[in-house]
Design a protein around this ligand. Structure first.
Ligand code: CTP
Length: 403
């Protein structure tokens, strides 16, 4: 969470520097305390006055200030978390090789806490081996990186190098400031959204699931280092550029996509609202109305989660989601047992579609209430789910020892 955190923002000289204004404003709104260092080249694109006005805090550019000769050490010690956004190829090159010829690079050398780099540049510059090698050197040294977006670049080129959506940068910062990259090496599958069963080419049966909780879990798992397989039905918000979703609209497609992906996964979050019934008769052309009432026959779809519960291995953690309108904990608890799940997340259908949520995380022995934004709750769920697994592993180890 950003509230009360001391964030040091470095802005370097690329065209995306103007987008740092929005980033600063959103960090301030999120409750972060912020200080800014701009390189001299960044001042060609956006003025220190603009960033000072938006942040109401100190903006520093000069290395040699008679009033404060050790500002770089002071800022390095002050920050809980540092972000360089946008980061040019030049600053990446300097930081990879320990060059400290201005206030920003000198400060970074003195920082002992986490530093997130958000590169933005021309596609050919970003793909250049020298830049990629510098990034690899920095990652090895513990710097955190966020992948740029692909799309139309300011220089007219099309490709990877765009400054990411500011919302996504905020998700990165608010997650990495509190959590480590503890999911590196883990494979996590997340299904999200509302399935649809088509009756004819334009009419379908669905439900009101927004897919927001699934996207929050996929985001959080990715940012914490997991390899994420996201399977989406219909979702109401845009999918982050760093996730590559597979689409599965109907219950049958969801079953196929999950069956293919699930065996390789360590952790599975089944947040998708899978339709329980589908039309027996599906029409290729639009159905015309008649003067008599219409009766439609439907059949049951497969319960995807039940199939996974029946087939899961001992090391896989399977988490179901239950949207309930009454007797929430009891109904969800029954699903946990029936579908052979490790955990179930129960929520009231009244919070569906909202950004804030309140859920009950339940397993065979306990339950816990979690509240906050869907992203915060996603991080809390990931923490508990993995901790529980560690407890289980220890219990099994002890059993082995006592034999
Ligand atoms: N689920 C599934 N396949 C289905 C129906 C549900 O995989 N055909 C999964 C959902 O993704 C969710 C969990 O089962 O993780 C619970 O879904 P929910 O709709 O709350 O309950 P149902 O099992 O469908 O039971 P009911 O509709 O009677 O409450």
């Amino acid at each position: 969470m950003l509230k009360g955190k001391k964030i040091l923002l470095g802005v370097t000289g690329g065209i995306a520097a103007y987008k740092a204004v929005d980033l600063v404003s959103r960090l301030v709104k999120g409750g972060a305390e912020i200080r800014i260092i701009m390189t001299k080249n960044a001042c060609e694109f956006v003025t220190p006055l603009t960033l000072k006005a938006v942040s109401s805090s100190r903006v520093s550019v000069e290395m040699f200030d008679l009033n404060n000769p050790i500002e770089h050490i002071e800022l390095a010690d002050w920050a809980d978390f540092t972000v360089i956004a946008p980061a040019t190829a030049d600053v990446i090159g300097k930081l990879a090789h320990g060059i400290a010829d201005d206030l920003l690079t000198s400060t970074v050398l003195a920082i002992k806490k986490k530093i997130l780099i958000v590169p933005a540049m021309n596609v050919n510059m970003y793909a250049n081996t020298v830049v990629q090698n510098n990034i690899a050197i920095m990652i090895k040294r513990g710097f955190l990186f966020m992948e740029p977006e692909s799309g139309r670049l300011a220089c007219g080129y099309q490709g990877k190098g765009r400054f990411p959506d500011v919302n996504e940068i905020l998700y990165y910062i608010s997650s990495l400031v509190d959590y480590s990259r503890d999911l590196i090496g883990k494979k996590v599958m997340v299904t999200a959204g509302a399935c649809r069963e088509y009756f004819d080419p334009m009419r379908f049966m669905t439900n009101s699931s927004s897919g927001k909780m699934g996207l929050a879990l996929a985001r959080a798992a990715h940012i914490r280092g997991a390899e994420v397989e996201l399977i989406t039905a219909s979702v109401t918000e845009s999918i982050p550029h760093y996730l590559k979703p597979k689409s599965a609209v109907s219950a049958e497609q969801m079953f196929e996509a999950c069956s293919e992906t699930f065996p390789e996964m360590d952790l599975i979050f089944m947040t998708a609202a899978v339709t329980d019934y589908t039309f027996i008769e599906k029409h290729e052309q639009k159905v015309k109305k008649d003067n008599i009432d219409l009766q439609i026959n439907m059949i049951r779809t497969k319960d995807v989660l039940q199939e996974m519960g029946n087939n899961k291995s001992k090391n896989q953690i399977l988490v179901g989601f239950a949207a309930e309108s009454d007797e929430i904990e009891r109904n969800a608890g029954n699903k946990l047992v029936k579908k052979n799940l490790d955990f179930i997340v129960a929520n009231d259908i009244a919070v569906s579609g909202k950004d804030e949520t309140k859920v009950i995380l339940i397993n065979q022995i306990a339950s816990e209430y979690l509240t906050g934004s869907k992203f915060d709750v996603a991080n809390q769920i990931i923490d508990i789910v993995f901790e529980k697994n560690i407890v289980n592993c220890n219990m099994e180890d002890n059993d082995e020892m006592s034999k």
